[in-house]
Write a protein that binds this ligand. Structure first.
Ligand code: HEM
Length: 408
């Protein structure tokens, strides 16, 4: 017997109570009818078991061209989530097309390359830690905001060096990525971000065509030169955009969330420091406080059944990674608590199936190095404000604090 479709939940574009909203979705069942910003209907899958099945289901496409609402012209230009949805890269490709686009990056971003980056990541983190005392804000009790001065520049420098983005371009890049992940943007901002990102990426391709280096952009340009069918110009630009966005906003949130978790759980901090349990800190943070809380979108290519509910072909389904990370059916009664004893790499916060995060090893390396160096360097580190006063990032996707003021 088919279940009744549960109530419609309007998701908060400001992400003001990210885990509260996730808990409400979970309580309503594995799959819930939701409204995205702008009143666009979709489904949300929030239980670990059903989400695991969904993200590996070959009947479910990631290509937005299969979204009935797009086909019917119901998604307006300038929709705040547009920059996440209507792109042409591996995230929105299926089958052989997906394999082709993903392979072009995986053959350059190898495990060996990630390993070889570790000393450089350490150097970047240590340099930023040296500078932290000079970042103290005298007008705010001498506290330092770790978001702009540590958590953001570590992955930003790493991904910009990996892709060959020149230093002077990085502040504007940061603004563009910030605007992409915020889901409270105006139509004008969305249009300006689209325009400026394409301009910047074209400039990057021009620069690395004239001056190739040992970076991913140069490797993708070379692949295109050898075989123009390897990837189109649009795919090249959107792949670079994917690496620049996925490669830093996410890891920024991981570093920030892990730091916040340790600062608010002294017993776990003690365990991490005394037992050198930094990999566990990173995995437990990924599960308990997923940096990508929700992710757009998947579209069934035929009617499918999720936990007894029929999702029609062409509907959009949101993957609720942070909700799944605290699912008691998967993680038991302690699912809602941050505890290194729970640490497992088998959470879903890096996605799954063929679209499993391509940068997971890099993110893990950056997270482990950054957080361990931070606590080793500043053993007296403490929060400068009560945890419930930390403002969330205004986003449906990004789950972290918009500021993390600390005392060194
Ligand atoms: C803590 C940091 C990170 C988190 C939480 C994260 C999360 C995710 C998730 C959830 C997905 C799958 C999305 C879906 O299909 O539903 C994904 C895919 C992806 N990630 Fe990450 N990511 C992180 C770091 C990185 C880094 C550092 C890079 C790049 C160097 C990267 C590149 C990618 C790419 C290219 C994909 C698309 C893979 C595909 O569609 O085949 N990510 N990531």
């Amino acid at each position: 017997m088919k279940k009744e479709v549960n109530p419609v939940v309007a998701l908060d574009p400001l992400g003001a109570d990210h885990h509260g909203e996730a808990a409400r979705l979970r309580a309503l069942g594995p799959i819930v009818r939701v409204l995205l910003p702008g009143g666009i209907p979709a489904w949300a899958v929030s239980h670990h078991e059903e989400l695991t099945a969904l993200i590996s289901d070959p009947r479910v496409s990631k290509d937005w061209r299969n979204w009935s609402a797009v086909q019917r012209g119901e998604i307006p230009d300038g929709w705040p989530l547009d920059g996440m949805v209507r792109v042409t890269n591996m995230v929105t490709a299926d089958g052989a097309e997906h394999h082709r686009l993903r392979r072009l990056v995986t053959r350059t971003l190898t495990q060996r390359r990630v390993q070889s980056l570790r000393p450089r990541i350490t150097e970047i983190a240590d340099g930023l830690l040296d500078d932290l005392p000079s970042r103290a804000d005298a007008s705010r009790d001498g506290s330092v905001d770790l978001r702009p001065h540590f958590a953001y520049p570590v992955p930003m420098q790493v991904i910009c060096e990996l892709t060959g983005v020149p230093e002077p371009w990085r502040p504007r890049l940061r603004e563009l990525v910030d605007s992409l992940f915020r889901t409270n943007t105006t139509a004008e901002e969305v249009t300006a971000t689209q325009r400026d990102r394409v301009r910047m990426l074209r400039n990057l391709v021009g620069l690395r065509t004239r001056e190739p280096g040992d970076d991913l952009t140069s490797a993708l340009i070379a692949a295109r030169r050898e075989d123009p069918d390897a990837l189109s110009e649009e795919e090249l630009l959107d792949t670079l955009w994917l690496l620049l966005t996925a490669g830093h906003e996410t890891t920024l949130s991981l570093i920030l969330n892990a730091t916040r978790a340790l600062l608010t759980h002294p017993d776990q901090r003690q365990l991490a420091v005394s037992g050198d349990r930094w990999e566990d800190v990173i995995e437990e943070t990924m599960r308990w406080d997923a940096p990508i809380g929700n992710f757009m979108a998947r579209y069934p290519t035929e009617d499918i059944d999720v936990a007894g509910v029929t999702v029609p072909k062409g509907d959009a389904i949101l993957a609720c990674y942070s909700a799944a990370g605290r699912d008691a059916c998967q993680y038991g009664d302690g699912a809602a608590s941050f505890d290194l004893a729970h640490a497992t790499s088998r959470h879903l916060s890096f996605g799954g199936g063929t679209h499993f995060c391509l940068g997971a090893s890099l993110a893990r390396a950056e997270g482990t190095i950054a957080v361990s160096r931070l606590f080793a360097r500043y053993p007296g580190l403490s929060l400068a404000v009560p945890p419930d006063e930390l403002p969330p990032v205004p986003s449906l996707f990004s789950n972290s604090a918009a500021a993390l003021p600390v005392r060194l």
